[in-house]
Design a protein. Structure first.
Length: 701
């Protein structure tokens, strides 16, 4: 049982209050053992502390039932005693309880009316809108605006009985949230660099800068670190599938060294109202920005007066850049949008690049002799026809990567499967020295750059293809692990590798320019404090726990899921307005109420991470396929007719950079596009809208 608090510290008792009405520190306090009863008391403004004496399940259920009956009786005598009823009415609304059932429960005194719940959500939405205006006000932060993250949201408004005037339609909108930067992070930065003027001064010379491809290539330290990354991945597979380590001290760790760790703390997030406007065009993103500006309560000129960092996917940033280019040159800050700096969302970058790398290695499924990755998927029981779920792609790549690192399948025992646990552990325990030597040998033979260079000289391309896949897939695994660990240094190293690889992958045409551009911005163009601020806000830890980080756009996708879930289960048909006005700004409250149903029913809430495990059966099938198909070319050292050598996209990307510098553009000008350009003298409008004559002489955009 935890401690619930309404957030308001009680006022100290005054001298006029009778001592019998207060408790001394030594006086025992009667505290309810039942969490449910404690919640009822808290709704009436009563604060309580935890009690070590817990009741058993039967007593807890009886106590729970008695508290509910008392709440029903209070509600029947006075409708203002509606803490339980209002709570149930609000959480039943998005959970799919029909209005007829709600009316019956209202008659029994278990819930308030549906109209009361809707009015309560309207009030909560109004307070949430005021909170948005408060955190976005210039008085709170005149130089740097809170971070904004937006994402498109598509929902089908289904009509069962269609007619000419009533058809099923797709709702294309945009949703987002406001995140306040960490106070600890801000205290470590130079605040003189965190303003719009310093940002413009930092990037004003970007068009004249010479971009060297070495910015995207690893240094010697980076190469040494990535070798430790590969060894840690091998160690993780050995720990999971091969055996037990005798002593962890001195052994190769399953986690690579930390480069630049982000502080794990619960972020302060405020959800925006769901917007009708879609960010799928230049005009649409302009409408989205205008809607956000209206929700902040700021005038257009005030909204454009400070540095405003934002996060979005690639398509959103492309449309924003198109809009800003259309409005150039503009003398009005609210038109030029020069105060906004967009960052690529980490999750969408991972998903899209992982899919592109997967398609490079997929092979030709129509040919049975083809040894592409589709053969690996079939051996693991995964259909290769469609890969639409981007989250599934990451887990599939991780499982395939683990299976490829296992040389010989073994059924590692577990404590639950073997009664002779101690003797079994001794048989499966590997000494630390041997453990490290196996990992180093595996790395040298299959994962090192030297191994790939030697395999490229073989007549048969089978071994070369496998080693290239190991390297390419390892970048996906490392990108995912780095984001989960909250190590922005490791993530930046992976992004640099992807920036090079994208030059050789046709499906990553836009990422081949936008990802290097972002890396150049964060590593070379911006001032140190500006760079650190942006990098440390790519990821967040919603629970405030270490190793539980996620990209900000991934967090946004979670909220999209919950909103769609409430829309589908709410039985509200085509009432998307209810999502906009009631649900979108209260999604955290509704989600917590949804989870509280299980807690109030006496069940324990368990958080589970989706871990991709390679079981013994899948390892057996994979190794059987590998031996039958001879994927390493051990049985047939000569090249066969149907063999196709997989392109090493990392080396090919370096070659493409060199070719572009020699033959097309020595300054790599395409990587310097869409930065803030010099404009005519800026005209600042008054808060009331400015002078009419100035507006008539301005641009017509």
């Amino acid at each position: 049982m935890g401690m619930l608090n309404n957030g308001n510290e009680p006022d100290p008792p005054s001298a006029d209050v009778d001592e019998s009405m207060t408790h001394t520190p030594n006086e025992p306090i009667s505290v309810p053992n039942d969490t449910y009863e404690a919640q009822l008391l808290e709704r009436d403004g009563i604060t309580y502390v935890s009690n070590p004496g817990d009741r058993d399940e039967v007593s807890r259920r009886r106590h729970h039932l008695a508290a509910t009956i008392c709440a029903q009786l209070l509600f029947s005598r006075n409708r203002r005693h509606n803490g339980l009823q209002l709570h149930n009415a609000i959480r039943f609304l998005p959970c799919g309880v029909s209005e007829r059932v709600n009316e019956y429960l209202h008659m029994l005194g278990l819930t308030s009316s549906r109209l009361t719940a809707i009015e309560a959500l309207k009030t909560l939405s109004a307070h949430a809108a005021e909170d948005i205006k408060a955190v976005m006000s210039l008085d709170r932060s005149p130089d740097l605006g809170p971070f904004l993250c937006i994402d498109n949201l598509d929902i089908e408004e289904k009509v069962h009985m269609a007619s000419i005037t009533n058809q099923s339609m797709m709702f294309h909108g945009t949703w987002g949230y406001v995140q306040l930067p960490s106070k600890v992070l801000l205290e470590s930065l130079d605040k003189s660099e965190l303003n719009l003027g310093a940002y413009k001064k930092a990037i004003q010379d970007v068009p004249n800068m010479q971009i060297n491809p070495s910015v995207f290539l690893p240094s010697h330290d980076d190469e040494q670190h990535y070798s430790l990354v590969m060894k840690s991945q091998i160690a993780q597979v050995m720990d999971e599938c091969v055996g037990f380590l005798s002593d962890k001290e001195g052994a190769i760790s399953t986690n690579p060294p930390v480069l630049e760790q982000i502080l794990a703390e619960v972020p302060t997030v405020f959800m925006l109202r769901l917007m009708d406007e879609s960010d799928n065009s230049a005009e649409g993103i302009g409408q989205v920005l205008e809607s956000i500006q209206q929700q902040t309560g700021l005038t257009p000129s005030k909204f454009a007066s400070r540095l405003q960092p934002m996060d979005g996917d690639l398509a959103t940033i492309q449309n924003f850049n198109a809009l800003r280019d259309l409005r150039y040159p503009s003398s009005y800050p609210e038109h030029s949008l020069d105060n906004i700096v967009f960052q690529l969302g980490g999750a969408h970058t991972l998903w899209n690049i992982a899919q592109a790398i997967l398609m490079v290695h997929l092979g030709n499924p129509s040919s049975e002799k083809d040894l592409g990755v589709w053969q690996y998927f079939e051996a693991l029981g995964i259909p290769h026809e469609k890969f639409v779920d981007l989250g599934l792609i990451g887990r599939v790549v991780m499982k395939t990567h683990k299976d490829k690192l296992v040389l010989k399948p073994q059924k590692k025992p577990t404590k639950m499967s073997d009664a002779k646990w101690k003797s079994t552990v001794e048989e499966w325990t590997i000494p630390t020295e041997k453990w490290n030597s196996i990992i180093k040998e595996c790395y040298t033979k299959f994962c090192s750059p030297q191994a790939r260079r030697e395999a490229a000289q073989d007549k048969s391309s089978r071994l070369h293809n496998v080693l290239v896949r190991l390297h390419d897939f390892s970048t996906i695994i490392e990108g995912n692990n780095a984001m989960r660990a909250g190590d922005i240094g490791r993530l930046m190293n992976v992004w640099k590798m992807w920036a090079v690889m994208s030059q050789a992958i046709k499906s990553l045409k836009h990422y081949s320019a936008y990802l290097p551009r972002l890396i150049f911005l964060l590593t070379k163009a911006l001032l140190p404090s500006q760079s650190k601020l942006l990098k440390h806000n790519i990821l967040m830890s919603p629970s405030g726990r270490p190793d539980q980080f996620m990209a900000k756009d991934h967090f946004m996708e979670h909220q999209n899921f919950w909103l769609k879930s409430f829309f589908n289960s709410g039985g509200i048909g085509t009432q998307v307005d209810r999502l906009k006005k009631l649900f979108s700004m209260n999604i955290f409250l509704l989600r917590s109420m949804f989870h509280s149903l299980r807690v109030d029913s006496g069940k324990k809430k368990i958080h589970q991470n989706r871990k991709t495990l390679a079981n013994y059966q899948s390892l057996q099938m994979f190794c059987q396929m590998a031996n039958n198909r001879d994927i390493l070319g051990l049985l047939e050292p000569e090249a066969s007719e149907n063999e196709t050598k997989t392109v090493n996209v990392y080396l090919q990307g370096i070659k493409n950079f060199r070719s572009e510098i020699r033959n097309k553009d020595a300054s790599l000008g395409r990587l310097k596009l869409h930065f803030t350009k010099s404009a005519p003298d800026v005209i600042h409008n008054d808060d009331e809208g400015g002078d009419n004559e100035e507006e008539d002489n301005g641009p017509e955009m």
